[in-house]
Design a binder for this molecule. Sequence first.
Ligand code: CTP
Length: 403
Amino acid sequence: MSILSGKNVLLGISGGIAAYKTATLVRSFIKAGANVQVVMTPASKDFVTPLTLSTLSKNPVHSTFTNDQDDNAMWNNHVELGLWADYFVIAPATANTLSKMANGTCDNLLLATYLSAKCKVYFAPAMDLDMYIHPSSVLSFETLKNYGNIMIPATSGELASGLVGQGRMAEPDDIVSFIEKDIISGLPLKNKTVLITAGPTYEAIDPVRFIGNHSSGKMGFEIAKAAANLGAEVILITGPTHQTVKHSLITVIPVVSAQEMYDAAHLHFNNSDIAILSAAVADYRPKNVATQKIKKKTATLTLELEKTKDILASLGAIKTKQFLVGFALETNNELEHAKLKLKKKNLDLIVLNSLNDKGAGFKSDTNKVTLINKDEEATVYQLKSKTEVAKDLFNTIINTIHA
Ligand code: CTP
């Protein structure tokens, strides 16, 4: 998953030879998880066919104001297209299209969409080397940058004319990673590392049995996705769960036992800015782990358990710059118990779940939380999806860090 996952990317194609690369560009955006629509200038259709692009983007391609092959001609709504887009990427952007964009000319659907788009606009110029450095092209680049549009500079190499120089459209994968980096650079958790623990831990009894719990890991995985979507580098240390995540900013570290989770958390804590410990760590583990499978020879079996290390408390004891968040799952005197944990474990924030609230806690897709800050101020939230709870959590963390 990339930061573009789930985002709407409108690709505007103008008429230059580099248009042949847009088939790959559409695929790269799709691979990044984006929804893609394409708007073409009439001239670009000489270089790449709408059929290729509609097949790859899985969406109809737009190029005219009306669909005139149809008796019931439909108005292609450029305003709607502009509003649909989270990002408008004009690639290749020819000298002609760039000049028209810079001057507000509106004689095709791509230009009308550009003028009505409210989203971030990227343009990747493609032209011959002398055109690229011509004062009028440079003026177009500068004007568009002053409008807040972002230029993805052309690269140097062999050009369609046979000349060698700057003017080649950036390669499709480079365009996608340029945009990903640019988006991340504007996000509130850019350059921050967030450490997250999630899921249960399994404590071995013998080679085939363990003590575990019903934690699904959903809350921790949602927190990891929310952090990555805010631009953070995420270290997600997870016990055994069915959850999966693929995101360019998330590194998953699978562990099994509380001790393994402890070791992994301590390894990464020093480099973290924020640590959120949502795992349901076993509090006790068998004191002696049988090396062979235990046979059912006796009527009863007693296991001696010993305490595991409290990961959260141990991090609270050594924290320096880190913003440390813990979870508390309580059944009675919830606020009081959660506040005690906040103090005892030296936390900056604690997320309280009450087992008395329907739809809160383990396994479900929803959660109902109360966030308690260092000053013991409690904010009660409604029952929400875990995705929304994760967003609320980061709103609070970001507001507290920037306060
Ligand atoms: N936690 C941890 N390591 C442990 C036990 C708990 O990091 N060995 C973390 C959990 O991830 C959670 C918080 O501590 O963020 C709260 O855990 P909880 O078990 O509710 O609290 P305890 O302090 O263990 O108290 P009690 O079980 O008695 O309520």
